[in-house]
Design a protein around this ligand. Structure first.
Ligand SMILES: Nc1ncnc2c1ncn2[C@@H]1O[C@H](COP(=O)(O)OP(=O)(O)OP(=O)(O)O)[C@@H](O)[C@H]1O
Ligand SMILES: [Mg+2]
Length: 244
């Protein structure tokens, strides 16, 4: 569905700055309707890769292309949700304004946008009473659901979730993952799920790529990668149990 070919991103390099190869020669294809986990420790280049994919940054070299682009595909084929919901939502807006923001920006009149707000919240299993709440009246997990609902308003083909569960406790993280699993089915979309916690993806992600220093170390279906890791790095991660 989305093909990355030899994608690299370097930072710095001017004057005495050192060059950082944040993403280094990455090639893979995201398939339709899969959950693809991108795993790596802090600084491995996960967020940079996510921003390249959604177009917030341009690669230094390589290409990112949609295959089989659907006719009349909506403008926003991809949406991104970040780790910290407080940085991506206006604290002075009620939830109904937050979830409908992309619809209103795309020109839908406010009244028609509001009419869709309740069903968007329904998709993320939040009751309609949340429409009138403000972000400070919601928990971290609820705010991430609201951020997901806002992304869903554009019917994305690809949802990029960059560490969206990393600040949550394990049971809230699990609930949000279950929600993403059911959304994969009901919305028929692809989810790029970024995390540094390898131990959370069994039974959740279809495929996984392990990244270190900007380079994909290995890639495969989740079960076989966890059962028979091919690289020493992945084996070390599994032995360690958790990332540092
Ligand atoms: N705008 C930038 N300018 C310069 N260097 C950057 C910039 N953004 C990221 N980097 C560097 O690129 C590398 C990869 O950073 P990135 O944020 O992609 O990692 P990450 O895997 O998302 O880490 P984390 O798990 O901490 O979020 C790091 O060495 C980082 O310092
Ligand atoms: Mg990051």
């Amino acid at each position: 569905m989305l093909h990355l070919e030899k994608v690299s991103k370097q930072y710095g390099g001017s004057r005495k700055e050192q060059v950082v190869k944040a993403v280094d020669d990455v090639t893979f294809t995201l398939q339709e309707n899969e959950i693809f986990a991108l795993i790596g420790e802090s600084g491995s280049g996960k967020s940079t890769l996510a921003e390249l994919i959604v177009g917030l940054q341009q690669p230094t070299s390589g290409s990112i292309k949609w295959a089989n682009v659907q006719k009349n595909a909506p403008v926003s084929r991809l949406q991104i949700v970040f780790q910290n919901p407080d940085r991506s939502m206006n604290p002075y807006w009620p939830v109904k304004d937050i979830v409908t923001e992309p619809l209103r920006l795309s020109g839908l009149p406010r009244k028609q946008a509001y009419a869709r707000a309740e069903s968007l919240l329904g998709k993320v299993k939040l009751p309609a009473e949340f429409l009138e709440r403000y972000p400070f009246e919601c928990s971290g997990g609820q705010k991430q659901r609201i951020a997901v609902a806002r992304a869903l308003s554009m019917s994305p083909q690809l949802l990029v979730a960059d560490e969206i569960t990393s600040a949550l406790d394990p049971s809230t993280e699990h609930e949000l993952q279950q929600l993403l699993l059911s959304l994969k089915q009901s919305e028929g979309m692809t989810i790029l799920y970024i995390t540094h916690r390898l131990e959370t993806i069994a039974g959740f992600a279809d495929r996984v790529a392990v990244m270190k220093d900007g380079v994909i170390q290995e890639i495969g279906d989740t079960r076989s990668l966890l059962d028979e890791p091919k690289t020493a790095y992945t084996r070390a991660l599994l032995r360690a149990g958790v990332f540092g």
